[in-house]
Design a protein around this ligand. Structure first.
Ligand code: SF4
Length: 312
């Protein structure tokens, strides 16, 4: 069946089998002009041209769920920024009525999160993914090239306020671009902000497909090195391919590493030697390490992490 606002399902390494909703099917509508955007270059805007009607989207989702009953998540996204959709609140209510056992996910650039009404709408969504590439205005302007009215300070305050009312799964995505935010200083500032926010998961990656502008990815070794800037937060590194060198961690090193920061299944698979992976499995059997699922990504974590998550 041909749909106007639905695409997929797509198997995503980050969220499972996802049925996508495009709330801006006619043209790109975004208030950022990111250097790494994979969509065609377009003028920045805070409006979606010809937004589809809520009922039209809900009818298509209902039909698509009949066609693809195995999807894990219904993802609100856009050819641009989905929170610019004027009827987002009604759409979220409608999706919550028809989703049954599926989860609703939104992929947002976080630009509107300082509005109380957007916080209220997003708080009704099972998984919220917000982008946060930098913690300083200079870096934000260079990498995300936002509408001139947007400030990173306002966005960060917005995410903090949102976290106070949102108790479901918050994922923060950081995209690293060579020569812009690939330095310790910027990551340490982000670490301070994120320790305040306490997202459930941080997805950290680099440019994967050809972007709109001539920008460069960082190496996987660099990504891994930058990820160590984040204390005690579950960072999920998005790898394109396996790194050449794996590390043969001892049992003590594994316990220490996992205590400092939960390690995703992919981290262990790609970065640990075969013997170290067996040590992780032994620790799992002894319950010195536990497995937690955060929005469809499995992490090896210290048992204390589970208690901390329960308390929130
Ligand atoms: S926020 Fe997303 S859609 Fe908008 S410019 Fe950036 S990458 Fe492209």
């Amino acid at each position: 069946m041909a749909y106007k606002t639905i695409f997929g399902p797509i198997q995503s390494r980050r969220f499972g089998l996802s049925l996508g909703i495009d709330v801006s099917p006619d043209e790109k509508s975004c208030n950022f002009d990111c250097l790494y955007c994979e969509l065609a270059v377009a003028k920045v805007t805070d409006k979606i041209k010809n937004p589809p009607k809520v009922q039209e989207i809900l009818d298509e989702v209902t039909a698509a769920l009949r066609e693809f009953p195995d999807v894990d998540v219904i993802t609100i996204t856009a050819n641009g920024e989905p929170t610019l959709y004027p009827d987002l609140d009604d759409l979220v209510d409608g999706l919550n009525r028809i989703k049954k056992d599926k989860k609703v996910l939104i992929l947002s650039n976080a630009s509107t999160i300082y509005h109380a009404n957007i916080q209220k709408t997003l708080s009704k969504i099972d998984i919220v993914k917000l982008s946060l590439d930098c913690a300083t205005q200079a870096c934000f302007k260079k990498i995300d090239r936002p509408l001139h009215t947007l400030s990173i300070e306002k966005i960060i305050e917005g995410i903090k306020a949102f976290r106070k009312i949102y108790h479901d799964t918050l994922v923060i995505e950081i995209l690293v671009v060579k020569g812009i935010n690939d330095n310790r200083e910027e990551m340490e500032k982000l670490n301070a902000v994120l320790n305040d926010i306490q997202p459930d998961r941080i997805d950290m990656g680099t440019i994967d497909r050809p972007p709109a502008y001539a920008t460069q990815p960082v190496s996987e070794a660099k990504l891994k090195e930058l990820a160590t800037s984040f204390d005690n937060l579950p960072v999920h590194l998005i790898y394109k391919q396996e790194p050449a060198k794996r590390v043969d961690f001892s049992t003590e090193e594994i316990i220490e590493t996992i205590k400092r920061r939960p390690q995703s299944e992919a981290d262990v698979r790609y970065l640990f030697s075969k013997d170290a992976q067996e040590r992780v499995q032994a620790l799992l059997r002894e319950k010195k390490v536990i497995m937690i699922d955060i929005a469809g990504v499995k992490f090896y974590a210290s048992p204390e992490v589970k208690q901390k998550r329960k308390k929130r």
